[in-house]
Design a protein around this ligand. Structure first.
Ligand code: HEC
Length: 173
């Protein structure tokens, strides 16, 4: 009988530990391929789409971006997107200490969905690493826009808007 009680309480303890672990994990920003879809969801400020699962935090992210607020961090979970295949996601600072928590993504997008081609602090495109340009915007929490000090991208606004309109994951196009 003593053994049975011992086993039961050990099992209860394990269950408690695993529930606590799940609760901790649920608050972290976990990004998989299914986190991405048609880029036209979210709030568009100037040319950038901003998303956050929590409406209050979305509002805060929009406020920072729209007003070009200096020295303020975007809430964890913020997703920024300018073109269909490049995304930056604000995760935990401990996971991405060199980018103040931002994880950069290069995606392969098609009508059937999204594949992650590269992710992390070292991800890049043919123009260089994402961080290589975006770190110049550190005062604006790594957001570049046109006037935050980043090296310019070799495409016009018209080309960016055209690329946004051609996201193959948006069926309503
Ligand atoms: C050659 C420099 C350069 C590289 C490389 C680069 N970016 Fe950018 N990025 C910029 C500039 C400049 C802008 C602002 C463009 C504008 O607003 O017209 C920008 C804009 C963005 C935006 C919109 C928010 C903002 O910062 O203005 C996102 C999101 C973004 N880039 C993600 C990425 C990702 C992800 C990569 C890597 C796969 C990447 N970028 C690579 C320079 C770069």
């Amino acid at each position: 009988m003593k053994n049975v009680v011992g086993i039961l309480s050990a099992a209860a303890m394990l269950l408690g530990v695993s529930l606590a672990f799940q609760a901790a994990a649920a608050t972290e920003t976990v990004i998989t391929e299914s986190s991405f879809g048609c880029m036209h969801t979210g709030t568009k400020i100037r040319k950038t789409y901003i998303r956050h699962a929590d409406p209050a935090k979305l509002k805060e992210a929009v406020r920072i971006f729209e007003n070009k607020v200096e020295g303020v961090e975007y809430p964890e979970g913020t997703i920024l997107q300018l073109v269909p295949n490049e995304v930056m996601v604000k995760a935990a600072k401990k996971d991405f200490p060199n980018t103040n928590g931002w994880e950069f993504f290069l995606l392969d997008v098609s009508a059937t969905g999204t594949k992650i081609a590269a992710r992390g602090e070292k991800a890049g495109n043919p123009g260089g690493t994402c961080l290589g340009c975006h770190q110049a915007g550190a005062k604006f929490d790594y957001v570049c826009e046109k006037d935050h000090g980043c090296a310019p991208i070799p495409v016009t606004d018209e080309q960016i808007l055209a690329a946004q309109g051609k996201d193959p994951r948006c069926t309503a196009q």
